[in-house]
Design a protein around this ligand. Sequence first.
Ligand code: NAP
Length: 301
Amino acid sequence: MLTGKHIVFLGGDARQLEVIRRCIEMNGKVSLVGFDNLQSHFSGTTQRELDIDLCKQADILMLPIVGTDDNGQVNAVFSSKKLFLKEEHLRALPKHCIVFAGMARAYLRDLCQQYEIQLIQLLDRDDVAIYNSIPTVEGALMMAIQHTDITIHQSVSLVLGLGRVGMTLSRILQAMGAKVKVGVRSSRDRARVFEMGMTPFHTEQLVDHVQDADLIFNTVPSVLLTSSVLAHVPHDAVIIDLASKPGGVDYQFAEKRGIKAILAPSLPGIVAPKTAGRILARTMIELLTEAMQKEGDPVGL
Ligand code: NAP
């Protein structure tokens, strides 16, 4: 239980609503900053402005998926005001406070390090990334269906990368009857793709494998779909780029060639914010419980 503990939510999107709900169920004291346009009210929570006093009283600071941008701005879709997490706010946090975010840019990482505040990047964790790959892949399939006039069944579908997202995606495409080819760079991953009954190829040979592709899903956070590769992609193929910004496609060249290439960020928050929020909430609560059991109340819980 979070009885008597103060959780400050700073901005976020619909995913955060599930985390708020869970903290209320766990009897935490919840303050909301950047939720002034929220339609439904959470009873027992308080709407606050971000100030030094609030920071001094926080046991947990919950930030959105992309914690802050490089200038400290926090994304807050339920507020019309701009929100900034400044150095003075982080300096004011008690030493036992834990800052949670999906991921953190250098701005947040550096300030937390400077003021010795524990920062947990939830999406860094394998378990969260694997759970999160499920709504990501459902979103990717939604995009593929919307942007093609063929079925996924019997399509030649290329998946670049066999990480947390690539693995889930390849499996689901195969289960839907697609002819799945997976681009990887290690012999271990080539063996795994073969074992899964799909066609492996080395990403260095990508140019030889795009020529008959109907769909190309990129999960590699590097530009593999360069102009020289795109020159061999059929005009009617659709590229769904799942890698984080700036993605893995030379978009200028793709546009010049008339190839449909779509950068599709934040799919869990778009297609399944409730599930995505539950994944974050569950992990956050598990981590807090583990920390309490191991080290005897490091966050004053
Ligand atoms: P991951 O587990 O780290 O997988 C990345 C894959 O890319 C690995 O197979 C890795 O291979 C491969 N790779 C990296 N650099 C490469 C290179 N230069 N050449 C060939 N292969 C390379 O990451 P993930 O969790 O699957 O996420 C993949 C991307 O999707 C990330 O950018 C993540 O931020 C993003 N993402 C987007 C959404 C969305 O909604 N669009 C949702 C979740 C995640 P090795 O193992 O050989 O390094």
